[in-house]
Write a protein that binds this ligand. Structure first.
Ligand SMILES: C[S@@+](CC[C@H](N)C(=O)[O-])C[C@H]1O[C@@H](n2cnc3c(N)ncnc32)[C@H](O)[C@@H]1O
Length: 194
């Protein structure tokens, strides 16, 4: 997302503490219902960022990609269609879970892609070969112990715009054509767990 759009989105999150927003005027009743557990606003990654995130993660056929906070499911769908992987989204908003699951079914991808309706902090990630995230730096920091606990050696973590504090990226991509304000961080889990 453009930095100003992100600021606007985050501003709306702050505003959501006000009753009018928490009653559903901003995100709709379904989203508001889960707002207490929401760690990041719903803002999609532009498709060229999705493409580049997956290109950097380089998923192999039959690997499994997890998108933490899967939004409209574009990362899951792109991963399955282009890389022939399994893809799992984790999403707190039940209307996004519903619309993404509907879209997956319409595209005939239900054997390869699915969305878990739940809190990304509570998901077992041991099946993941690739994890994608578009959350926030403090959320990434909070997730780091889980990622270190669950991910196998060689698993890749790709984060749009926000680093994982305490980890050294394998690559930071800032030179994205037509997406100059975006940054992608690529990490790889070490061969030996610390
Ligand atoms: C910035 S959007 C990213 C969407 C998608 N990954 C993309 O890159 O296009 C963040 C998503 O995380 C979801 N989310 C926020 N907190 C969550 C939580 N605790 N558990 C699961 N999903 C969450 C939001 O509803 C939103 O869809």
């Amino acid at each position: 997302m453009h930095k100003t759009s992100r600021a606007a989105a985050l501003g709306l999150v702050v505003l959501s503490g006000f009753p009018a927003f928490s009653q559903g005027l901003l995100y709709g009743q379904q989203h508001a219902k889960h707002y207490a557990n929401s760690l990041a606003p719903y803002v999609v990654s532009p498709q060229q960022i999705v493409d580049r995130m997956l290109e950097l993660a380089d998923p192999k056929p039959n690997e499994t990609v997890y998108d933490l906070g899967s939004g409209d499911g574009r990362i899951l769908i792109t991963a399955v269609q282009r890389y022939r992987v399994k893809a799992v989204g984790v999403e707190i908003s039940d209307d996004l879970v519903q619309s993404t699951s509907d879209r997956i079914r319409r595209l005939g991808l239900q054997n390869d892609a699915r969305v878990i309706h739940g809190d990304l902090r509570k998901v077992d990630l041991s099946a993941a070969d690739v994890v994608t995230m578009y959350l926030a730096t403090d959320v990434n920091e909070m997730m780091r112990p889980n990622l270190e606990k669950y991910l196998k050696p060689g698993a890749r973590v790709v984060s749009h715009d926000y680093p994982v504090p305490g980890w050294k990226p394998k690559l930071v991509d800032k030179d994205l054509p037509q997406a100059h304000n975006h940054v992608i961080y690529l990490y790889e889990m070490p061969a030996q767990k610390k």
